[in-house]
Design a binder for this molecule. Structure first.
Ligand SMILES: Nc1ncnc2c1ncn2[C@@H]1O[C@H](COP(=O)(O)OP(=O)(O)OP(=O)(O)O)[C@@H](O)[C@H]1O
Length: 266
């Protein structure tokens, strides 16, 4: 799929961390990656290869050790970047409604507009009946839905999602994948989506990049040719199985290498 314009450009990005034992972990890179305007990019790679680190650098939450990331921002009134974290990142002292409303409040949207958007997103993510409860009363899957609703409600220019469905049961995961597909197809935005699931990457992405074992580099970059609008029915397409096989053959040796590298040194 062709994407007009480039939204994110990472050039020679690396990141190292000094651990508590004072050794240095070279976590990421060098990574060169361009992400198009309104492109849905999925990132897969072995556990610990630096995927979350890359997302945090794109989000501006973490500085690269070297290299640079440029994110084109339109400059209109929208929030430039929102991120959905693996561990939800929602506030336990705020109700579900207040959590989802937070970004809208920070961006100065008027109360009536905020209420309308929050009600809409609570409904879409099946949270309407839980609007006034606190996160401690929710299951892990529901907390993650709050986090997703909060990010989508602010309609950012760039949406970064770090394994957002990992904590969900298999059925709910499929429901939310379909919902995200429908939302994105109706209103395209630049999305960078980290997942461990090759099926999820092929279902959702325009493009899938595979990262190597730590320090994570891009070792494969494939275009996903399925027409949109898509539905989960594409899982039964023989091409789906073929692409999954190609991704897995790139990834397999990296997963083994990362595993053999042993315990995470953090
Ligand atoms: N703040 C930190 N201090 C020290 N080491 C860190 C820090 N953050 C990440 N690391 C290390 O950097 C490496 C990459 O971590 P990162 O969380 O980016 O990997 P990941 O690919 O997202 O992993 P997973 O798929 O398991 O979530 C790991 O070895 C991790 O221990």
């Amino acid at each position: 799929m062709d994407h007009v314009g480039r939204r994110i450009a990472a050039r020679d990005v690396t990141r190292s961390f000094v651990t508590t034992g004072r050794s240095t972990v070279h976590a990421l890179g060098p990574v060169d990656l361009s992400i198009g305007d309104d492109e849905f990019l999925c990132v897969v790679g072995p556990s610990g290869c630096g995927k979350s680190t890359l997302l945090k650098i794109i989000a501006g939450l973490l500085a690269p050790s070297s290299g640079e990331v440029a994110v084109e921002i339109s400059g209109d009134n929208r929030i430039p970047i929102a991120m959905v974290f693996q561990d939800y990142g929602i506030y336990p002292w705020k109700t579900v409604r207040a959590n989802v409303e937070l970004g809208l409040r920070l961006s100065g949207r008027p109360p009536a507009e905020r209420r309308e958007a929050v009600d809409d997103w609570l409904g879409r993510l099946g949270l309407t009946d839980f609007a006034d409860v606190y996160p401690s009363a929710l299951s892990g899957g529901m907390r993650q839905r709050v986090s997703i609703a909060r990010a989508l409600a602010i309609d950012p220019e760039v949406l970064l999602m770090d394994e957002p469905f990992a904590a969900l049961d298999a059925q709910l995961r499929e429901v939310l994948q379909d919902e995200l597909l429908a939302i994105w197809q109706a209103r395209r935005r630049t999305v960078v989506f980290v997942t461990h699931s090759l099926e999820e990457a092929l279902l959702l992405g325009d493009r899938v990049v595979v990262m190597s074992a730590r320090p994570g580099r891009v070792i494969a970059d494939i275009d996903v040719p399925f027409e949109r609008p898509r539905s989960s029915a594409i899982r039964t397409d023989p091409l789906f199985a073929k692409l999954r096989g190609e991704l897995w053959s790139s990834l397999h040796s990296e997963v083994v290498a990362q595993f053999d590298a042993g315990k995470d040194p953090r």
